[in-house]
Design a binder for this molecule. Sequence first.
Ligand SMILES: O=CC(=O)O
Length: 328
Amino acid sequence: MPPERLSVVVTRRLPEVVETRMTELFDVSLRDDDVPMTRSALIEAMKTCDVLVPTITDQIDAAMISGAGDRLKLIANYGSGVDHIDVATARQRGILVSNTPGVVTEDTADMTMALILAVTRRIPEGLALMQGGSWTGWAPTALMGGRVGGRRLGILGLGRIGQAVARRAKAFGMQIHYHNRRRLRPEIETELEATYWESLDQMIARMDIVSVNCPHTPSTFHLLNARRLRLMKPSAVVVNTSRGEVIDENALVRLLRDGGIAGAGLDVFERGAEINPGLRELGNVVLLPHMGSATREGRIEMGEKVLLNIKTFADGHRPPDQVIPAML
Ligand SMILES: O=CC(=O)O
């Protein structure tokens, strides 16, 4: 008898080639529509499948993991961040968790640069002028933004994505500064010409642009709180392509409204798609719908990573991208 195929539940629509390969390899349940599964549907699925493939739009909390069936052995997340999964409870229950790191690095760094340029060079205002048909021609003082070359960029979290941002920013002539839990090896600092700041407070008080590139964990929740945000220069700009929870969004809105900082570029929000109405009313912010890793190539590579994690597990080994609580 051929070995029984793993039963896999995928919570969202994935790129077609990924879904096709899933179907070839596993006994897979795919979605017809592309809306998040309800909590009760997820709970039901977790009682019967061997592998769950969730995304950031699924909250997989302790109660759901504790109530999962004995069959559930692997939560193979489609995405790099796993802050929506209670990894500690999964570990206690002997359920493995994996993610898709690496393949989102360059695309997310590109989007970070896009946000930095969009905010500092006022691209959305230019776009609105053109779309509104009200542009009357070149003018010496129209839509003057700030030059990025020579500006100090403070990267919060110089991991894979942070380093990719640093390489790009260096090519734009920016000065690279960073704060990280651990100082990086001297050769990396030399390659990036990056200055390390042990004190986040001291760093952000001196930066022209602050880029959030650390993951959201209990220790980075509201790392940029009201007090820290107020340390920033009034001319400074903050961009976030990581997770909304790292910034106290209400405090940020207040600060932007009062002119405490010059602008913000946000691809992620504290309450997901529930955008703080205050943010939408501000002229000095650029908002994107969490599309940092959204390239066709990247989304397929994420799927390939999920497939490899499940396949390796099915073959009796640990998934290559296993996440354990100590990593968070
Ligand atoms: O935000 C996207 C991811 O976590 O991969």
